[in-house]
Design a protein around this ligand. Structure first.
Ligand SMILES: Nc1ncnc2c1ncn2[C@@H]1O[C@H](COP(=O)(O)OP(=O)(O)OP(=O)(O)O)[C@@H](O)[C@H]1O
Length: 235
């Protein structure tokens, strides 16, 4: 269970400025949670609070009872974060080496590690690209490689920031199927309202606060109205 209590995040170097995120009380226990909202509304900040990439200026965030400010390393072992830009994530020259790096503590034996890494990449449809430079992969292939690498360590919670942004329809569907089949708790921010609907619970964030929290179809409707995106029926 992830709990936010009286959380405020202020802009860097502007302690007196209005908070960029304010979350008085929030408990996230469902297996599939999506977060939607306009650009700059605070979605990424909310996600980064979950694994301590951003620490609150006031209040606390804890994951299974561990405060992210006090137990950051332990929290990050439980909570994996997938960035929008996979090049922020992939640190090795090829997908195979990157997954192998993730597996270094789980498989000490090199052959076992390589076999396990290939199996994981195969599950993501990336076997043929295992040895290709990450700079020669398409944006979507890189995104899937980053996801494979993060999942290799079997985290308890997977946090994803706009994971389908770079994916075509086929890869978006593959991602949706893959996420649906995961045993982990999955919390993601997205502008893809179909992906948002795949969850059990959706938060709508606006101007740094959670303005709707509930059933995904109702949350998407709320968000559409908030954006005044619903077209008036033509007479
Ligand atoms: N460390 C920081 N210092 C100052 N402002 C920040 C900081 N981090 C984020 N912001 C601002 O806070 C707001 C929320 O940013 P955030 O990245 O959480 O938005 P978002 O909802 O994820 O946006 P997008 O959909 O465009 O990715 C933005 O206006 C951003 O510029």
């Amino acid at each position: 269970m992830i709990k936010f209590r009286d959380v405020l995040v202020r802009p860097d170097f502007a302690e007196d400025a209005a908070p960029i995120l304010s979350v008085p009380q929030l408990a996230l226990g469902e297996q599939r949670i999506s977060i939607i909202g306009a650009n700059g509304s605070g979605k990424s900040t909310l996600l980064k609070l979950i694994n301590g990439l951003v620490l609150p200026d006031a209040g606390t965030v804890d994951v299974d009872g561990r405060d992210t400010a006090k137990h950051g390393a332990a929290v990050r072992r439980k909570v994996a974060f997938v960035f929008t830009d996979p090049l922020s994530q992939l640190v090795m020259p090829t997908p195979l080496e990157d997954v192998e790096l993730s597996l270094r503590r789980i498989h000490r034996n090199r052959t076992d590690r390589r076999n396990a890494a290939m199996e994981i990449l195969t599950g993501f449809g990336l076997a043929a690209l295992a040895d290709q430079s990450i700079y020669q992969l398409s944006g979507g292939e890189r995104q899937l490689a980053a996801l494979a690498s993060v999942l290799a360590v079997d985290p308890d919670v997977l946090v994803l920031d706009e994971p389908s942004t770079l994916l075509d329809l086929k890869n978006t569907l593959l991602l949706r199927d893959r996420l649906a089949s995961l045993p982990q708790q999955v919390i993601l921010a997205t502008h893809d309202l179909e992906l948002a609907r795949d969850s059990e619970r959706t938060l709508v964030v606006d101007s740094g606060t959670v303005v709707y929290d509930g059933d995904p179809p109702a949350a998407v409707d709320f968000y559409r109205k908030l954006c005044a995106c619903i077209r008036e029926p033509t007479p």
